[in-house]
Design a protein around this ligand. Structure first.
Ligand code: BES
Ligand code: MN
Ligand code: ZN
Length: 494
């Protein structure tokens, strides 16, 4: 991963040159100077190459005007130039610089926050997971070590970049957790990695099987009981509230952490089952969010809880037909052992409320295949009992390119999960599969002692990407980290 440095505006003497350009914009600043020095060769070559400045467009020119390599990246329409466009340009330059060790971006015509956003886009796109590659050819490895961003106000850009850098580190932690193979990242190892947040000032508590039994986490334990790996509940607390707001209720984030989901006795088909290593993406996102908040010293109190289990079939696995008692006291008839995420969340959500009385509660889970049928990979499904919270989440996501779409809840759907022998069953049939899953979770949102704003994000379609996106390389996306970091900034620190 390249170092991102903000430097004084000047043409570089070595390395590749990157020029971000808006659609139809006249050359300005350092680029105009370089073009003039080259007798207009740069603009002529860009024109001939069909470079228009469209958002995310990248064109490479070779051996012109004394530069070995010039990469033009599009900023889109000048009137619409915002952080997202600058990020996309930053992302687009990364594949074009795969073989360069250093490069300088001429960002002297960009306002400092946009120069910073460009750096963020580049950083987010440059991440890769290569821990398990031992024979990669030198020519296939990305070489970029340093990306200098030549800015009009390098200090202001650097300042704007600092919190972005912390959030990017949170994103990287999430992507790493989600990418790790399931033999390595089982619940115990996942909990160990959470402990790593202590060095950022997060308080981390890990609870094992004995404690969960004592608490009465019957639903979560039922899921875990088929596995050789014990379950873990991890509670992370970031206490960043300034003195005058200390003691206010925290915001709570809860993640589904199924480190591998075979389906259990209701076993999944073989094809594509390897994808179920990322069935802990909800938990991974909560951990990355806590890292982001702590990394940028967010000025509020936030708690993150993750329920970590492996869903395996075995002689000790739970059976379809089993009835389990949840931490809330409600009982569940387990019709399908593959509807396990909601069982984990049920116990953790109840615990989060009981222990922290949060001011709001947001859970994230790769919960249903049905949400992919409904929304594809473009939007996460958002379910909420609170209109204001829902619209704040949608707005925070839109601002960072993480889209969510509100889905309905209602009594008619809730009826689908009535059981003949217990308080509810864990599946509601195929119609509205994501909605009945959300209804199930809502039964563990305690509104008896007053309102409890709650939202559930079904991220089954957005946690993993099969293709490269401008600021998200294919693979683990860390969807939700940036959205919720922003939500906390607006709701908790604003
Ligand atoms: N982890 C899966 C959901 C999932 C599917 C996530 C595809 C990512 C990609 C979840 O535990 C599951 O198996 N859900 C079942 C529920 C069904 C049994 C009611 C599903 O969606 O089929
Ligand atoms: Mn499942
Ligand atoms: Zn699952």
């Amino acid at each position: 991963m390249p170092d991102i440095a903000f430097v004084k505006a000047a043409l570089p003497k070595t390395g590749a040159l990157v020029v971000p350009l808006a659609e139809g914009a006249e050359p300005a600043g350092l680029f105009a100077q370089a073009d003039k020095d080259a007798g207009g060769a740069l603009t002529r070559a860009l024109e001939a190459a069909g470079f228009k400045g469209r958002k995310g467009q990248a064109t490479t020119l070779w051996a012109l005007g004394g530069f070995t390599k010039v990469v033009a990246v599009g900023l889109g329409k000048e009137a619409e130039l915002d952080g997202a466009a600058a990020e996309a340009a930053g992302g687009a330059l990364i594949p074009a610089l795969a073989q360069d060790r250093e490069a300088t971006v001429l960002a002297d015509t960009l306002a400092a926050p946009l120069a910073a956003s460009l750096g963020l886009g580049a950083l987010l796109r440059a991440w890769r997971f290569d821990r398990y590659r031992t024979r990669e050819k030198e020519e296939d490895k990305p070489k970029l070590e340093r990306l200098a961003i030549a800015a009009a106000e390098p200090n202001a850009a650097k300042q704007a970049f600092a919190p972005m850098r912390a959030v990017a580190d949170g994103v990287f932690l999430t992507r790493e957790l989600v990418s790790e193979p399931p033999n390595i990242l089982h619940p115990i190892e996942f909990a160990e990695r959470c402990k790593g947040l202590e060095k950022l000032g997060v308080e981390v508590e890990v609870m094992g099987l004995k404690e969960l039994q004592k608490l009465g986490f019957g639903a979560m334990i039922g899921v875990a009981q088929g596995s050789q790996h014990e379950p873990r509940l991890v509670v992370m607390q970031w206490k960043g509230a300034p003195k005058n707001r200390r003691g206010a209720k925290p915001m709570a984030f809860i993640g589904k952490g199924v480190t591998f989901d075979t389906g259990g006795i209701s076993i999944k088909p073989a094809g594509g089952m390897e994808d179920m290593k990322w069935d802990m993406a909800g938990a991974g996102t909560v951990v990355g969010l806590m890292a982001a908040l702590a990394g940028r010293r967010a000025k509020c109190d936030v708690v993150g809880l993750v329920g970590l289990v492996e869903n395996m079939p075995s002689g000790t696995a739970q059976r379809p037909g089993d009835v389990v008692k949840t931490y809330s006291g409600q009982t569940v008839e387990v019709i399908n052992t593959d509807a396990e995420g909601r069982l984990v969340l049920a116990d953790v959500i109840w615990y989060a409320q009981e222990r922290f009385q949060p001011r709001c509660m947001i859970d994230l889970a790769t919960l249903t295949g049905a949400i992919i049928i409904a929304l594809g990979h473009e939007h996460a499904g958002l379910f909420s009992n609170d209109d204001e919270l829902a619209s704040r989440i949608i707005a925070a996501g839109a601002a960072v390119g993480e889209k969510a779409w509100r889905m309905p809840l209602g009594d008619a759907y809730d009826k689908q999960i009535r059981s003949d022998i217990a308080d509810m069953k864990n599946v509601g049939g195929r119609p509205g599969g994501s909605i009945t899953a959300a209804q199930f979770i809502q039964r563990f949102v305690n509104v008896k002692d007053g309102p409890m704003p709650w939202a559930h994000l079904d991220i089954a379609g957005t946690a993993w990407s099969s293709k490269d996106q401008p600021t998200v390389p294919k693979g683990a996306t860390a969807y939700g980290v940036r959205m919720l970091d922003r939500l906390v900034a607006e709701m908790g620190e604003g």
